[in-house]
Design a binder for this molecule. Structure first.
Ligand code: PDD
Length: 287
């Protein structure tokens, strides 16, 4: 059974799927995307992800490729055609195909829509959460609009490659004030000695993660307090716990930062309780 991708109105065999060489996503990274987790046959927090997609499109004046009502149906169809029970679905919209020119193409240029889905063994993340992951820190070098989920991810690619080469699984960007902004593909959190969750405000400098938003509700359910503020690398190293959040990792314990252990170097119990309670709170749309 071959994998199937959706490309501009057609369901095609994944291996043969292609976009035009003058797609602005390919030439300028002039596009936006979303990643939703698929867990036990449900698409996790899809309305929130599609609302953020709408925001990203609006911020960049990219038109919707299909009506907003139809998009969830196509997302579901791609998940189902690929028989994804656990895994992820990727949605990408670019400004479309036009002769290469920096300024926006003519208003009748149709935006491009690509949707793919793939299976991921959920035990991989479960096992990772049992041991915890390592992060390194790198200087923040991204543009000012990281609140928009664009496909322009070269600093993130380089940071995550550096992490991999250092034996770590994520890189935390650190702003000029010494505060952590976020990870290459995740939001950053710590738990203070008093058991308070701390994560940077999403008003500036980070992507407002959907998992982050849902974790606010999970924390409320568990009676945990959250402070939205910056924290330094030193504060994170001295914290009771540290973790990251993203659609594909949920709440993932961090046990080392730049080679130094966080607390006792083991996954934190608060992080694991957030992880455990996540699916009770997250919105689950049937695929
Ligand atoms: N990345 N910050 C950045 C820079 C991200 O790329 C992501 C997600 C997040 C977390 O957002 P959310 O909780 O909505 O997944 C924060 C996805 C998973 C990716 O690029 O694959």
């Amino acid at each position: 059974m071959p994998r199937i991708a959706y490309v501009n109105g057609r369901y095609v065999v994944h291996a043969d799927a292609a976009v035009h060489i003058e797609d602005r996503g390919y030439q300028f990274a002039d596009g936006v995307y979303e990643v939703c987790e698929v867990a036990r046959g449900f698409i996790v927090d899809m309305p929130r992800h599609l609302a953020r997609l709408n925001r990203s499109l609006t911020e960049l004046s990219i038109g919707w490729p299909v009506t907003s009502g139809v998009l969830p149906l196509i997302v579901r169809e791609v998940v189902n055609r690929n028989h994804v029970f656990d895994g992820l679905v990727y949605v990408q919209v670019t400004r479309g195909v036009a002769s290469r020119d920096f300024v926006f193409p003519s208003a009748d240029t149709k935006s491009s829509l690509v949707i793919t889905a793939r299976k991921v063994d959920p035990m991989v993340a479960t096992r990772r959460a049992e041991t915890g992951i390592k992060v390194i820190t790198v200087p923040e070098n991204r543009w000012d609009r990281v609140d928009i989920k664009t496909t322009g991810l070269l600093p993130n690619v380089l940071a995550k490659q550096k992490a991999k080469e250092a034996g770590a699984q994520e890189a935390w960007f650190v702003d000029p004030h010494g505060n952590v902004t976020e990870g290459g593909s995740s939001n950053a959190w710590i738990v203070t000695r008093d058991g308070v969750l701390v994560t940077r405000s999403a008003e500036h400098g980070i992507l407002r993660g959907i998992t982050r938003t849902t974790l606010f509700e999970v924390a409320a359910k568990l009676g945990l307090k959250i402070e939205e503020r910056g924290f330094s690398v030193a504060e994170a190293k001295a914290a009771r716990e540290a973790f990251l959040s993203s659609a594909t990792t949920i709440a993932m314990p961090i046990v080392a930062i730049d080679g130094d252990p966080v607390a006792n170097g083991h996954p934190g119990s608060i992080t694991l309780s957030l992880r455990q309670a996540f699916f009770d709170v997250a919105e689950k749309s049937p695929a």
